[in-house]
Design a protein around this ligand. Structure first.
Ligand code: GLP
Length: 244
């Protein structure tokens, strides 16, 4: 596990975008696993900027996102489909037919997960998986306690996650209670994992996840066992890691 210390959020975003752009340059037809949440927004912004300058070409890239709320239509501005479109897909030359997210409008959870697993398998593996980190150590929407060997599945969000995500909704009642997410097994099968984390409010979980025991109670701790993980974190997020 390689931990790259960034000065602040802007520096973190540039460093993460550099790693993603290197991946695209090295393998133009790569499969990128993408993430939502507020942390990767700066990374996407930087990628768009480099695309606009003519330094990046997304035409052959395929993307597969980690998760999607169950029950939110794509047009809802809080759906992850909307987020990805808004922050990246509509701003670069990616082929929209090569961008995948779980379909939150499929009511039958088993069917939704089966279909998404089939998509992921058909792509033949994720080259680079971008991840954020939840305050309780969740990755994607894999909440504490989830078995490490799961693939795409339907989750009931924890109270903490609902509270953390309500800032994006009109009220807490509007936050969907369930989501479809890639499982830990799927995430762990990516060739390279890039986790971005920022801010003092994440300092405790960073220490616990990357310097504590590997346990399903802290889903991100499993990343300690992956052989190619890069964590790009700002000083605030690393402030409790005396080990560094
Ligand atoms: C959501 C997403 C996660 C993300 C997490 C942290 O719950 N499903 O993929 O990593 O939030 O988000 P943020 O970066 O906004 O702290």
């Amino acid at each position: 596990m390689k931990i790259i210390k960034a000065k602040d959020y802007n520096d973190l975003s540039r460093k993460a975008a550099n790693i993603i752009s290197a991946q695209i340059i090295m393998k133009p037809n790569c499969v990128l696993g993408l993430a939502t949440g507020s942390t990767p927004i700066g990374t996407y912004k930087q990628l768009v900027e480099w695309y606009e300058k003519g330094d990046l070409d997304f035409s052959e890239v395929t993307t597969v996102n980690l998760d999607e709320y169950k029950g939110l239509p794509r047009e809802n501005d809080q759906s992850y489909y909307y987020f990805m479109n808004d922050n990246l897909f509509s701003k670069v030359n990616i082929n929209k037919n090569q961008t995948y997210l779980p379909d939150g409008m499929i009511e039958d959870s088993e069917q939704a997960c089966r279909e998404y697993n089939a998509v992921i398998h058909s792509l033949g593996g994720v080259d680079l998986q971008l991840l954020g980190l939840g305050h309780n150590g969740h990755i994607g929407f894999n909440e504490p306690g989830i078995a490490f060997e799961t693939e795409t599945h339907c989750v009931t969000l924890s109270e903490r996650t609902i509270k953390a995500n309500m800032r994006f909704f009109v009220s807490e009642a509007d936050v969907p209670r369930q989501a479809y997410t890639m499982g830990i097994k799927t995430i762990m099968s990516a060739h390279h994992i890039l986790l971005v984390v920022s801010g003092e409010d994440k300092a405790d979980i960073v220490k616990e996840a990357f310097f504590g025991p590997v346990t399903p109670q802290v889903p991100a701790s499993i990343l300690q066992l992956h052989n190619h993980v890069t964590i790009v974190a700002d000083e605030a997020a690393l402030s409790k890691c005396e080990e560094l």
